[in-house]
Design a protein around this ligand. Structure first.
Ligand code: FAD
Length: 370
């Protein structure tokens, strides 16, 4: 008899499993349908011996010291500030758009104040900002929208930005200074020995048993447990009774080149050309020394593993119905990105899992605590 069944060995499931086992002495069974732990953050060595991220580049950044300190129990860190370039008009320029981007692209020598005026002169007034297109056009004008956002968003989401909720491009800032860091969080690091090693340490506890290649739907009758933590898709849990919650997916093409470096930064975006959206070169992220280099090309797709919840009003309504059902389901906690149908970064999922643990502590007495 287990005290808890945890479905999913990603951040949500692993953080909770560790807390329940180490702090309460509870017995925990973790299952994942994939053949590895770590969820989407899983990394591994490819045939050439280069550390790659199987599900696309994962960069850790947070403003939460609590989250950082928590994970620091299971990993050392390597300082890393993420920088991204975009290939636009055959030039590699920094994104998010900053002073350097505009000066390089247009052969100008603007100051930050002049750039603010430059944007203002191009911005188109939009009465009510509704779509992703409105967000960008009202800030920097149509030309930059076409160069940086339209093609990228169409590839990524399969629809024109004019049809997409404003929240999608609201995440992409523009700057008038020379700050070319992709994220501005105060803590920006990569796990020194990789994400998978961090997960293995988290789950290495005598009270935790991990079963991989195991789907919840196939094993739930076979094991006795008192309570459930579910980090898979919430619509799947309820048998799609209100219909499917749509996701955008990605196909990852991993390649190794027999040369030391391919590109100047970890990620280059391709908003205008090619079917892929971006190319990642991992050695920039991991700091690994190797005479060869491994890359991942990302091709957005409609079908495949669920990665990005599609932010429309209709989908939000559908999720709310599932959320109401989840709230009335006793002894089950729904945690993480798939179970709450929200685009969360890793640190947000860790924060959510720690908050869930505090709620469990307040409401579920442990039978095992010494
Ligand atoms: P997941 O990692 O998806 O884990 C859920 C697990 O549950 C999966 O392993 C799945 O196999 C398992 N599961 C589901 N259903 C079942 C079932 N029925 N039975 C058994 N197992 C099941 N965040 C950042 O902070 N920085 C980044 O740079 C970043 N880059 C990203 C890039 C991409 C391409 C993607 C897709 C995401 C990125 N993220 C990034 C987000 C990050 O991946 C998530 O925040 C995090 O992985 C979510 O953890 P989770 O535990 O909620 O879900």
């Amino acid at each position: 008899m287990f005290d808890w069944l945890v479905v999913g060995a990603g951040f949500a499931g692993s953080v909770l499993a560790e807390r329940l086992a180490s702090q309460r002495g509870d017995r925990v069974l973790v299952v994942d349908r994939r053949p590895h732990v770590g969820g989407n953050a899983y990394d591994c060595y490819d045939e050439a011996g280069l550390l790659i991220h199987k599900y696309g580049p994962h960069i850790f950044h947070t403003n939460s010291e609590q989250v950082f300190d928590h994970l620091s129990q299971f990993t050392e860190w390597r300082p890393y500030e993420h920088r991204v370039l975009a290939e636009v008009d055959k030039k590699l320029v920094p994104v998010p758009i900053n002073l350097e981007t505009i000066n390089t692209l247009y052969g100008l020598d603007l100051t930050p104040e002049q750039l603010e005026e430059w944007f203002a002169a191009r911005a188109e007034p939009v009465k009510e900002i509704r779509s992703s297109e409105d967000v960008v056009v009202s800030r920097v004008g149509r030309e930059l929208y076409e160069k940086f956002f339209r093609g990228y968003t169409r590839k990524q989401w399969g629809v024109d930005p004019s049809e997409l909720d404003k929240s999608v491009t609201a995440r992409v800032p523009t700057r008038t200074n020379r700050d070319d860091r992709y994220f501005t969080d105060k803590l920006q690091y990569m796990p020194a020995a990789g994400y998978t090693r961090m997960f293995e340490r988290m789950l290495h506890h005598p009270n935790i048993q991990v079963m991989l290649k195991t789907d919840y739907s196939q094993m739930r009758e076979e094991f006795a447990y008192k309570r459930l933590i579910f980090t898979g898709p919430v619509d799947e849990y309820f048998g799609y009774c209100y219909g499917r919650l749509p996701y955008r997916s990605l196909r990852f093409e991993h390649k190794t080149l027999q040369k030391e470096w391919h590109q100047p930064v970890a990620v280059v975006n391709y908003p205008m050309e090619h079917d892929y959206t971006r190319v990642t070169e991992y050695k920039h992220l991991t700091g690994q020394q190797h005479p060869w280099t491994s890359l991942t090309f990302e091709y957005p797709t409609a079908d495949g593993d669920p990665y990005y919840p599609v932010p429309t009003a209709e989908n939000a309504d559908r999720y709310r119905r599932y959320e109401a059902l989840a709230r009335t389901t006793e002894d089950v906690w729904f945690v993480g990105r798939l179970a709450t149908y929200r685009y969360y970064n890793m640190d947000q999922v860790v924060g959510q899992a720690l908050a869930t643990y505090r709620r469990i502590e307040a409401s579920v007495p442990s039978d095992n605590r010494a």
